[in-house]
Design a binder for this molecule. Sequence first.
Ligand code: GAP
Length: 471
Amino acid sequence: MAAQSNQSKANQSKPDKSKPDKSKSDKMEKIVSLCRRRGFIFQSSEIYGGIGGFWDYGPLGTELKRNIKDAWWQDMVRNPPAGPNGKAFQMVGLDCSIIMNPKVWEASGHVGGFSDPMVDCKACKGRFRADQTADTACPKKPSKMVGEHKECDLTDPREFNLMFKTHIGALEGSSSVAYLRPETAQGIFANFKNVIDSSRVKLPLGIAQIGKSFRNEINPRNFTFRSREFEQYEIEFFCHPSEADEWYTFWRDVRHAWYVGLGLRSDMLVLREHEGKELAHYAKGCADVEYDFPFGMAELEGIANRTDYDLKAHIEKSGKDLSYFDDQRKERFVPYVIEPSGGVDRSLLAFITEAYTVDENRASPEFMKFHPRLAPIKAAIFPLVAKDGMPDIAEPIYNELRKHYACQYDAKQSIGKRYARMDEAGTPFCFTIDGQSKEDGTVTVRNRDDASQDRIDKSRCLEYLRDQLQL
Ligand code: GAP
């Protein structure tokens, strides 16, 4: 990939430019606070004051993230939708190392050009992205934007490479330099021939990977949206050049629909085609899936027709033949690549933002309306009181349900408080065992979204959950 062009594309995404209005920034603050309070997301190394651009996922956030990645893998890799006009294709996965031979990053253009323009302030010693000074707060008081204090003394913009450098082995020298990968894509390109030779797969073929990437962002911001360590889900879809336009449209629409299917309202999402001059020089087409966050419209994923640019760059640098022989067409060619490339953390933040619901009439005015597939906990099981034989009925129900779904058992506090906690966690159903359960063997099921209650036989809990969740 021509990294510089790609990064400038990333820089053009909107979040950093639009000024949030008060109600939206309040909403964002409430979401951040709920995330911390309920264990979705914590600041990394918080006990030492944190570290900018790094985040930890708590117990609920970890389940949510796992559910997002599982849904992506299931829907894109194991059971993807049918191709255009029912065309068949194959999908396989990879799990590549984070540190690769540095020549990979020379070939991809990252060593030479994966950079942002930045300025230093000689007065406050801060370093800022040159294209974001108007939206970035100056550390000096009273609060103003960078460059607005009369003491501000900004240098001319200089390019700053975003790759994290490290050293391999005991000696630190130029020959031991290595990089933390800034994208997962290059591991896929570097393994294209290995996959073809080892896996009896044919084009059209998608190779998918989920994994950590690292970028030394100058101004990480907007909670987890722009982080220095983040996770990507990427597909490099290899096809014959004559079919690339068709596959580009297919993947663009599939990826947009996937977000809608998991609960992002379509009026909060935009599929934005890049204008000619916005396109990276190697790309024939590119569209971003953007979500309307409280801090502005911002990119969740880019879908690009990257042509044969990357494979040709690696052919040239490595001297290895990465062309493909198509035995149907009787033709050898360097495949074109369609790349749907998304950020797991960004989509998680979008799913959290979408799920966040306020209803002052409920015991928990804030609750999380996650799509059932994404909900970190699918069901909670509550004995009304932890005595009178109720736990004896509740525990076997819990032990049965947890074999199939992420469940939680809670016997403490008032039932209202327990419902409220589960609402904040986004748990779709709560089963309560009460006095009547002992008499007639029924339990109540409470629905998170409208707080309505059903009464069902205790033997039907699993069946009920399965029907309602459709999972
Ligand atoms: N292989 C292409 C590529 O990496 P990108 O637009 O630079 O393209 C793809 O990144 C996705 O990775 C973005 O759409 C975004 O979701 C995620 N991403 C990129 N930089 C990020 C950051 N600093 N923090 C969180 N997510 C990021």
